[in-house]
Design a protein around this ligand. Structure first.
Ligand code: PFF
Length: 463
């Protein structure tokens, strides 16, 4: 594997990829997307998208990375299809955009950790003032970017792997604990019903593309992050079972986060579920009040651990986001790894400033754009999410499926997936993966892509 470094073993890869997947997407974004998109109907569509579209694309991404031992752009050249490196380039753009706002929200999570540790449970009510305090937010997000760069600079197995192996189990434990507590509160059933009993009339087209975007985002797919991580994965390991574990772990964390959040929302709103659709502030406004109900000491311990773990979960994701452009520049231009890490981190931090200003501090970025046919303006941070998560990532997935099925060819995918997994050649998964990459993903993702752009940005609803 030359001198690029690599994961020490299968668990290392799985931990790092799961670390990339599990993050703000599952704990911050998933609950508020569910809340804003009609509850259980969204959950159902999300889970379906994970299995039908994301699983085959995950296999393809990891296989491409491992086969070539290259970054998201260079991999396509090694396979002999340089013109397809456009997929990797689109991925780089998506990654830079995602990290730019992700780092800002990570700063919120880290800031909440500090506030809760100081016993400031009122911070939930002051959420909007807090996130529009620019000097403070600049400090937190700069700090977060420094931590990210520090880990990435230490390289693959030394930094990324170690951090995740501890963090994921700890996160599971605290979420399950909070979930059990949530179940014991008044109105818990109302919250669970909202979350778990689907009302099919609520499945609108917006629910579908939001859930699809969420599935790609939460599994870190469609932008070459898993091509990059796959490139550090050794050939005697099983890609298929590793992918199943990564997906199962991510869906479980998101699902448990929902089991925890909605009873809390029901409790705080006294069964009315008011505020459930409040968007990005959901966990930040609801949880501090819950921690306060534990009493000061316990509240600080539980609340502090929650926001600390959330920050860690975010960190193992920001690390993978930064690794994508860094691997590209180091592989392709032979740049010095250390300098590249710090330079790219600074660049992306600066690109994140408009997102930081878009929660009230700057009217221009707060009311950044009004889509055609929309009545309300969209802020810059949400706009970037609409572009990168909900549009570019599924587009990347669409292109990866076409590339894999019709250019790289299914036989080569099979050969890579069979390495480290002898049984794959005769397993029932193989024909399903073929159907998915050749037909289901290209056709359906292609259609959804076009309809999403028309619906969201131009107000043209064809369905
Ligand atoms: N999967 C991460 C999350 O859900 O928080 C976000 C993410 C990380 C998206 C890495 C894309 C990526 F390449």
């Amino acid at each position: 594997m030359s001198n690029r470094g690599g994961f020490s073993d299968r668990l290392g890869f799985v931990a790092a990829a799961a670390g990339s997947a599990i993050g703000l997407g599952s704990i911050w974004k998933f609950p508020f997307e569910v809340g804003s998109n009609g509850g259980a109907a969204f959950v159902l569509v999300y889970v379906l998208c994970c299995f039908v579209f994301c699983f085959p694309i995950m296999l393809a991404e990891v296989a491409i990375g491992r086969k070539t031992h290259k970054n998201a752009v260079g991999a396509f050249g090694v396979l002999g299809f340089k013109q397809w490196s456009i997929i990797g380039k689109l991925g780089l753009v998506s990654g830079v955009l995602i990290l730019s706002f992700y780092n800002v929200v990570s700063g919120w999570a880290f800031g909440f950790f500090i506030e809760i540790m100081r016993g400031n449970f009122g911070i939930g009510k002051e959420f909007s003032t807090f996130i529009s305090d620019i000097p403070l937010m600049t400090t937190y997000s700069a700090l977060f970017m420094v931590m990210t760069a520090f880990i990435v600079a230490r390289g693959i197995s030394g930094g990324i792997e170690k951090a995740t192996k501890i963090m994921i189990p700890a996160l599971f434990v605290i979420l399950i604990g909070l979930m059990l507590y949530a179940f014991s509160l008044d109105h818990a059933l109302t919250g669970l019903k909202f979350y778990l009993v689907p009302d099919f009339s609520k499945i609108t087209f917006k629910v579908i593309y939001s859930a699809l975007g969420q599935a790609f985002f939460s599994l870190s797919l469609g932008m070459g992050a898993l091509i990059t991580y796959g490139s550090y994965f050794s050939r005697d390991n099983n890609i298929v079972s590793s992918s199943v574990i990564i997906i199962a772990a991510t869906i479980s964390i998101a699902f448990i986060a929902g089991l925890m959040m909605f009873p809390f929302v029901a409790y705080i709103s006294q069964g009315t579920m008011q505020g459930v659709g409040s968007g990005p502030g959901l966990i930040f406004t609801v949880l501090p009040g819950v921690f306060e109900s534990f009493g000061t000491t316990l509240g600080i311990i539980v609340g502090g651990s929650f926001f600390l773990l959330l920050s860690f979960a975010a960190l193992t994701s920001t690390v993978s986001l930064l690794e994508v452009p860094v691997a590209y520049l180091v592989d392709e231009y032979k740049w010095d790894r250390q300098k590249t890490v710090w330079g790219v981190a600074l660049f992306i931090f600066l690109i994140g400033i408009p997102s930081m200003l878009s929660s009230g501090a700057s009217p221009f970025f707060t009311e950044f754009i009004t889509y055609l046919g929309a009545t309300k303006a969209t802020d810059f941070l949400t706009f970037v999410q609409h572009i990168a998560n909900d549009t570019f990532l599924p587009l990347g997935g669409f292109m990866i499926s076409i590339f894999t099925a019709y250019y790289w060819k299914k036989e080569n995918l099979d050969a890579e997936l069979t390495a480290g997994n002898e049984g794959y050649a005769n397993s029932w998964v193989r024909p399903l993966v073929h159907i998915a990459v050749s037909f289901v993903c290209p056709i359906i993702l292609g259609i959804i892509f076009v309809l999403t752009v028309l619906d969201r940005f131009f107000g043209i609803a064809l369905v």
